[in-house]
Design a protein around this ligand. Structure first.
Ligand SMILES: Nc1ncnc2c1ncn2[C@@H]1O[C@H](COP(=O)(O)OP(=O)(O)OP(=O)(O)O)[C@@H](O)[C@H]1O
Ligand SMILES: [Mg+2]
Length: 256
């Protein structure tokens, strides 16, 4: 009997996830019975008020945090701990200051046993992809915030993850750089065909990048809401449907 492979790589299933912490001696439930299917190659944005559990959810997906109940499946297999098919990018790129751009991007590959030549060849491919070929010999202190974050993205991509987990990756950037980087992320997602799970405070960023937006409420009293972003790409921020979706999302947070 042959088994037909119908799932695309990078498919994520959250099954009945619950997670609590103890805070000031009190139990604090952060995730409650959360179930969600993320399609292989999908871009999912997660938005919600500060403290609602976005980072916790991303850390559970990354395998950095274990859920109390429920499970995460990647391509049908339960995850236990971190794995090379998932890469996480934080708000700060956390580069090694004593290594150049090329050194930072190729470091992870060398640790994984690639020869220096192989590691640098592959690293250069991703440095070009994020538009930093001109500065591969620069050190982190010589880079702008946007450039440093691009190095972080290149570094995450070198290990060719199926799933890219991003926790407010553009949150620390100025408004102009942020817009450019959103376009870059859209292009990288399209070219690399990775599943992208993006936590963001920026509702416009969520609509610009995502296929669906998961709106997490404050507290676990009501379930999260999923909103389809059914807009053609590349997206146009001033287009009527885009504006209408932004209004709808803002209304979810009582904003006008
Ligand atoms: N290790 C921990 N121990 C105790 N409480 C924690 C821990 N990690 C997170 N929390 C609590 O869980 C809640 C959710 O935190 P989380 O960092 O997931 O929120 P968030 O949605 O990412 O917020 P923000 O938008 O501010 O980044 C918060 O109330 C936080 O205090
Ligand atoms: Mg957070």
């Amino acid at each position: 009997m042959s088994v037909v492979q119908t799932t695309r790589r990078g498919e994520v299933t959250l099954r009945d996830l619950s997670k609590s912490f103890r805070l000031n001696g009190q139990p604090l439930q952060v995730l409650r019975n959360l179930s969600l299917d993320i399609r292989g190659g999908e871009a999912l944005a997660i938005v919600g008020p500060s403290g609602c559990g976005k980072t916790t959810l991303l850390r559970v997906l990354a395998g950095l945090e274990a859920p109390d109940r429920g499970e995460v499946l990647i391509d049908g297999h339960p995850v236990e701990g971190v794995g090379t098919e998932r890469a996480i990018i934080f708000q700060e790129p956390r580069l090694l200051p004593w290594l150049t751009v090329l050194g930072n991007v190729s470091f992870g590959l060398q640790v994984r046993g690639y020869t220096a030549i192989e590691a640098e060849t592959r690293a250069r491919h991703y440095i070009r992809l994020v538009g930093l070929a001109d500065v591969e010999t620069a050190y982190p202190r010589q880079l702008s915030g946007g450039m440093a974050q691009r190095v972080g993205i290149a570094r995450a991509l070198t290990v060719q993850p199926e799933i890219l987990l991003l926790d407010e990756p553009l949150g620390a950037l100025d408004a102009m750089t942020k817009l450019t980087m959103q376009e870059e992320l859209a292009r990288i997602w399209r070219e690399e065909k990775v599943t992208m799970v993006l936590v963001t405070h920026d509702l416009e960023e969520a609509i610009y990048l995502a296929d669906r937006v998961l709106v997490m409420p404050k507290g676990t009293g009501s379930p999260p809401l999923l909103i389809d972003i059914d807009l053609p790409r590349p997206r146009e921020r001033n287009e009527a449907q885009f504006v209408a979706l932004r209004r709808r999302l803002m209304a979810q947070f009582g904003l006008h």
